[in-house]
Design a protein around this ligand. Sequence first.
Ligand code: ARG
Length: 229
Amino acid sequence: GSSLELVNSGKLTTCTHLPYEPFQSRQDNKIVGFDVDLVDLVAKELKVTQEIVDTPFEGIQTGEDLNARKCDVAAAGMTITDVREENLDFSAPYFEATQALLTKKGAAFDSLESLKGKKLGVQQGTTGEEYAKKNGPGVETVQFEDLALLLTAVKTGQVDAAVNDNGVLFEYVRKNADTEVTAEFKTGEQYGVGVRTGNDALRKEIDKVIKAAKSDGRYDAIYKKWFPA
Ligand code: ARG
């Protein structure tokens, strides 16, 4: 069928980088999350099943994985940026985010300014790393490969604070009452699903699904499932 020509092999393969809860994480040996559910709607539309490939964020955000045909799409809570647009194409935006600051509860760091001479954890290759390096002169940034290592470093005191997307940090605070989000930086980011540059057929299919899901309640259902009020 014509729809199968949009993807590699009768499957819709998705590159992502775990863990990034609630967008993607492993629970009971299954990969679940907001992005997983959203891409499942696309797979359903194409009458294929989604297969998820967990791979470092660097190869995702540089477009390397898509170009190497490691996967058909990239769905990793990934912010649409001009630099990334040079190496991959993005679907329409599906989620709004902003950078935020996580500390241990009561630690009194509530701005990059307040972290001068302190250690600030960042996640490698992310917009949060870029934001912190640009806007935190005199702050010592410490790079972590994944979110779990970054957040644990805040708990253990290996770093004084961490910068990452608000959605994942609020999710962490919900489950870790000894931490808190002390600032949101209003970076005005939007997540998009990545496809190989020029794979307009698949990109348009994703856009169609996102649009339909937003108007028929399926998007809201996914939202409520992963961001319970
Ligand atoms: N939104 C941020 C960015 O695009 C962080 C994404 C990290 N995602 C992940 N699955 N590890 O840079």
